[in-house]
Write a protein that binds this ligand. Sequence first.
Ligand code: ASP
Length: 580
Amino acid sequence: MSWRDLLCGELRTEHIGTRVTVAGWTDTRRDHGGLVFIDLRDHTGKLQLVINPERAAEAAGTAHEIRNEFVLQAEGEVVARAPEAVNPGLPTGEVEIQVDRVTILSRSTPLPFQLDEENVDETLRLKYRWLDLRRDRMQRNFRLSHTVISAIRRTMDDLGFIDVWTPSMTRGTPEGARDFLTPVRLQPGRFFALAQSPQLFKQLCMVGGIDRYYQIATCWRDEDLRADRQFEFRQLDLELAFAEQQEVLDVLEACVVASFEALGRTAPSRPFPRLTYPEAMARFGTDKPDLRFGVEIQDATEVTRGSEFGVFSGAPCVRFVVAPRAFSRTELARLEEVAKEWGAKGLAYIVVDESGEVRSPIAKFLSERELAAFSAEPGSTVLFGAGAEEVVARVLGGLRLHLGRELELMETGEELFHWVVDFPLFEQEDDGRWTFTHHPFTAPVAGVEEWDEANPAGVQGQHYDLIWNGWELGSGSIRIHDVEVQQRVFRTMGLSEEEAQSKFGFLLEALAMGAPPHGGFAMGIDRFIARIAGEADIRQVIAFPKIASGADPLTGAPTPMPAEVLRELGIAALPRPDDA
Ligand code: ASP
């Protein structure tokens, strides 16, 4: 016996006159005083069962017990629906099954929420995720996710990559987040860190002659959860030996294009445009610009030297954006708030209204030359940033994004993928110390093997980021394969010889035993899929995600552990602040 002859969404007019057995969940049950109609659902869609007491008395008795989400098996004859009962909105809408026998395979307790209910609390949905997963939207997301991952795996296979599994339990990897720790019974008081990424293992695969490695790798990072962050997430992680930057970028472009094609969507055209980091910062004020709209930042530092407007003449950097709208005073006050949130002290502006008339508290201080440099079309507003370069970039970058959203400039329907390249290798921390910009294994640009270790400002790295409509999808780099350069990076970061040895001794040793030049990338798979699925939050494409507090509402984890278990592991738990 088989449970079903066909899937719920497969029933068509061609089945009219045949007998079929179907199985699925009760989506709705409508009792029309005698006749009972049941929409039976599975992952392929819905079909209609009709239970007529005159045709099947026993089935009609059973039908009265059926409630939403009961699992049924039904057998009967496929018939055409009466013309007025045809549902053109459903692929199965021209037919129905006149039931002869129905069996309740599984009952359901009253539901905590109805599947089609709007605004159900997310924690409740996730607590009953098995119900939530039955919704169309979730079914669509997970099938889309599978299509994308399969397309990526096929592409990687075609390009000669092999899937190599790397450990989850390892030493801390410096990807800039906190580690999750795992105690070890056999070594009480010692801990593994869960891999923040397979970074060092994939590099060791290159030293090991694997040549082209990839993995859809789970990564663990202890960070605050947000729309695009979960403790556990997946990366398309890859590494190539003897690779130039261009070859790495090509692999990612191929995967993106294959994903769009597998979904039957128009793929972005290749090669994806490239922007250097200095250009991105100067024109868009961010290293992940949304290129779907203009409103580019323009420089006015030169033209405002010697300005009578003290805020401009005294500032090391003056820049502006031109918004395509003549803002009112109230709107400008709101924009000033936004600018302040990004670190500005105030917001100077020039409004050119529809008739070409200028409204601006600062215009009277500006020379003809300055005004000419800022001249804007009627119906627009010039917004200024003045101060330290990084602050001006951040403020105008923030304002630009805000304008893009508020004036609906970004919803162009385009899918814009692009690269940002040529990042600095080091950045300075607030306390003046230098640290890596992304991770310490990125190589400096070819030809730079030495630098001033006390002040490495300006040393350029071979790092690249992939951006989609202003979202960072992932990053990668050409790596250091020369042990001396690697040691120099550790020294520049202020690691002593001993610290470098104790944390990364295995890497230094490997680099000293025949390491090929290599480079790679990691793309956030959940982010990519969420975006393709049109979801703002990666939780919608992760089967069993955690909520913002870091808990799993379904299993109730994390939980306390009995003292004996902890003792065996060589650890003791302090009382929680709220238990004290
Ligand atoms: N390991 C890096 C990350 O997880 C990516 C890479 O450089 O390949 O962000």
